[in-house]
Write a protein that binds this ligand. Structure first.
Ligand code: ADP
Ligand code: MG
Length: 253
């Protein structure tokens, strides 16, 4: 079971779109079994799969309740072999409470709990908040790999250096095997800014980069509206083909 954390300190860079579509493509094209974890209080991944709510167990219970078995929190999505742990606004307080709990090593909770399902899935994909909080630390301590979606705009590289330094500190500390798999350029538009920004990234050895870029297309916004992975909403649109190429590149690399 490979655990992937999708992360960037910025919002709106397509962390959620990338996590959810990568999960769907791994399942539907490559026949893998995937567990998606929504680790953002906004609950966008949970909403995308129609599983957002306040009347059930969520990632907050996994992190906060020592007795909570992760199997009791996992829900099936309507897609075969694609399961989900949801999140809602309670995650904000859960993160606060966790920091104050001095009875446990708080950063390793998710890693320990995931061990129970290690034979149930091929991949776990964690969609993170645009922040470093204790829940996100848990994701990075549990992860084998990180993927960083990037939208090339004026603020694209803000915080990137700090994020990569943070990966280093996680590696020096609780998770020596954390691999930075690469940056993924998303919402790519065919203009000079995107071309220059992508070339700049490619020239930096410290920022591994996926060759595939995900083009901007209105179909992606539509897919969130209809709560359907892009492949199921519009199989042959540009972003769908791009995400399929990205997953292929990811599996080959
Ligand atoms: P994050 O999780 O990083 O905050 P999201 O995945 O929610 O970002 O994406 C932010 C917004 O950008 C959403 O409205 C989404 O529909 C849109 N978006 C993401 N990828 C694309 C794309 N390839 N083309 C068009 N819109 C996109
Ligand atoms: Mg998101």
């Amino acid at each position: 079971m490979k655990i992937i954390a999708v992360i960037n300190l910025k919002g709106g860079v397509a962390k959620t779109i990338t996590s959810d579509n990568m999960a769907d493509i791994l399942v539907s094209v490559h026949g893998k079994r995937v567990l998606l974890i929504d680790n953002d209080k906004q609950g966008n991944t949970s909403k995308f799969f129609g599983l957002h709510g306040y009347d059930k167990k969520t990632i907050s219970d996994v992190l906060l309740d020592p007795k909570c078995n992760i199997r009791d929190v996992i829900e099936h999505t309507k897609y075969k072999n694609l399961d989900l742990i949801s999140a809602n606004m309670d995650l904000m307080m859960a993160n606060q409470k966790l920091i104050l709990d001095s009875t446990r090593i708080q950063q390793i909770i998710l890693r320990e709990k995931l061990k129970v399902v290690k034979d149930d899935y091929d991949f776990v994909i964690i969609d993170n908040a645009p922040d470093i909080n204790i829940g996100v630390m848990n994701a990075l301590v549990a992860a084998d790999e990180v993927i960083v979606p990037i939208k090339i705009d004026q603020f694209a590289f803000d915080g990137l250096e700090q994020l990569i330094e943070y990966f280093d500190s996680i590696r020096e500390g609780l998770n020596p095997q954390l691999t930075f798999r690469g940056c993924l350029v998303t919402q790519y538009a065919n203009n000079k800014t995107n071309k220059d920004g992508t070339e700049w990234l490619a020239s930096k050895a410290e920022y591994p980069l996926f060759k595939t870029v995900i083009h901007r297309t209105v179909k992606v916004d539509e897919s969130t509206f209809y709560q359907m992975p892009i492949m199921r909403h519009s199989r042959y649109c540009r972003a769908s083909l791009d995400y399929q190429a990205f997953v292929k590149e990811y599996l080959q690399k």
